[in-house]
Design a protein around this ligand. Structure first.
Ligand code: PLP
Length: 432
């Protein structure tokens, strides 16, 4: 019935996150409200760590891609679960460091890191910088030299696999702003350049083929291509790179009809592919890194809203307006993402209505979804949007000067604020 184990229904028929009735949470903290399950997040982290142990002799590390949901507490949880961490900006890096995340387990991504971001990364002792382009490589070598540091890096490679097509394709991904293309020789040139930089230590290669991917074939093909490239580098450059970062992108279930593959099954297959390719090419099995973001936090979060105006336009549609919208969840406005919704007080009842869930911004495109099946809904009801743990809070904006909702973390029957609610006063804090 539900898209995540952390969602339950109690005897009153109310939706619960773990053992907390969400109607009580809405009453306690107000709406809109993000609610997350700590148990689910930890379980998802362990799924990655455990499958690396089971199927790859533990010769790898799962990094939590913090852009999916970044705040200090999630960094603490990821650290406690012994995950590594991906950051893609100085702000995410600062958040992680502020939370005490061990900097040697941080991987710093981004296609246009600024000099000040790189300096911060060097000063914080970031373990690995994932270099995206030659300008960055040169700048980093210079900045590291000035600090008398030798910085470990990986190079971001475009393996030429586009996972976002129905029948994924192998070429045509040269058109991406991220990384060095393999097929043009750009990636090989970058490897040669990197090994010649005195203050750079090239440890391996990185790739990331997309997000919300259900098909495991593109991942397997990517692994094969990347191992092949490692062997080619040994032949042409004479160095044996030992680390391979396979990126994130594992899909999650947003609606009941979606059926993402089990992660363990994927890990088992990818492990086989790497071992086979390595033995074929007589290359040592690399240390692998995985970078799940969405699949760690997405299913662990929901958003609660209070229903306001209900407008039935006969023969057209019914608009149900809520007290949040594109400012706390821009994903429908950005890419028509699908969600499952429910009346949190009538969680076990049949879904008898079809509604367009609208936000309260001054923008017609401010919708959470259209034609969504839901139980009876009326003014004052609490509506829950499921699977909003990833790319919701982290993509929130202040359009129309809407303050951002707080994030509540639930563990068993306990709840706590991990990000407090913004106030109108917070909104004018930067204004001069
Ligand atoms: C976004 C991103 C991820 C995480 O992707 P998910 O789809 O959330 O798993 C991992 N690595 C890189 C480089 C990314 O840009």
């Amino acid at each position: 019935m539900f898209v995540a184990d952390c969602l339950q229904v109690n005897q009153e028929g109310h939706l619960c996150v773990e053992q907390r009735d969400v109607l009580e949470l809405a009453a306690k903290y107000g709406t809109p409200l993000y609610v997350m399950s700590e148990t689910q997040i930890r379980k998802n982290c362990r799924l990655y760590q455990d499958s690396l142990k089971r199927f790859y002799d533990g010769n790898g590390l799962a990094l939590y891609a913090s852009k999916a949901f970044c705040c200090k507490e999630i960094c603490r949880i990821a650290s406690d679960e012994e995950m590594g961490l991906d950051v893609v900006s100085g702000g995410e890096l600062y958040t992680a460091v502020s939370a005490g995340f061990p900097s040697e387990r941080i991987y710093f991504h981004g296609n246009n890191k600024t000099a000040s971001e790189l300096v911060a990364a060097l000063e914080y002792g970031v373990g690995t910088i994932v270099v995206d382009n030659l300008e960055e490589l040169e700048m980093l070598d210079r900045l590291a030299a000035a600090k008398n540091i030798c910085q470990e890096i990986m190079l971001r490679v475009k393996p030429g696999v586009d996972a976002h097509t129905h029948n994924f394709i192998r070429t045509g991904q040269i058109d991406s702003k991220f990384g060095f293309a393999l097929e043009t020789g750009e990636a090989m040139a970058a490897v040669k350049k990197a090994v010649s930089c005195p203050h750079i230590i090239l440890t391996g290669l990185h790739c990331h083929i997309g997000s919300q991917i259900f098909d495991t074939e593109p991942f397997l093909l990517t692994a094969r291509i990347m191992v092949g490239f490692l062997a080619q580098i040994r032949k042409q450059v004479g160095c044996e790179l030992r680390k391979l970062n396979l990126g994130g992108g594992f899909g999650i279930q947003y609606t009941p009809d979606q059926d993402p593959p089990a992660y363990e099954a994927y890990m088992k297959r990818v492990s086989t592919v790497i071992h086979e390719t390595c033995s074929l090419l007589d290359f040592p099995t690399p240390f692998i890194l995985m970078e799940p973001g969405r699949s760690i936090v997405g299913p662990a979060g929901i958003t609660l809203y209070t229903v306001g105006a209900v407008k039935e336009i006969p023969g057209v549609r019914t608009y149900v307006s809520v007290d949040g919208g594109m400012t706390d969840n821009p994903r429908y406005a950005l890419y028509q993402s699908e969600y499952q919704i429910m009346n949190a007080g009538l969680a076990t009842q049949e879904k008898t209505m079809r509604v367009t869930l609208a936000g309260h911004c001054c923008e017609s495109g401010d919708l959470i979804g259209e034609n969504l099946p839901v139980q009876h809904l009326e003014k004052g009801d609490i509506v829950a949007v499921l699977s909003t743990g990833a790319y919701n809070y982290s993509m929130a904006s202040h359009y129309n000067r809407m303050p951002n909702p707080p994030v509540i973390m639930v563990k068993a029957d306990q709840d706590r604020v991990i990000v407090r609610r913004e106030t109108w006063e917070d909104l004018v804090r930067m204004d001069v």
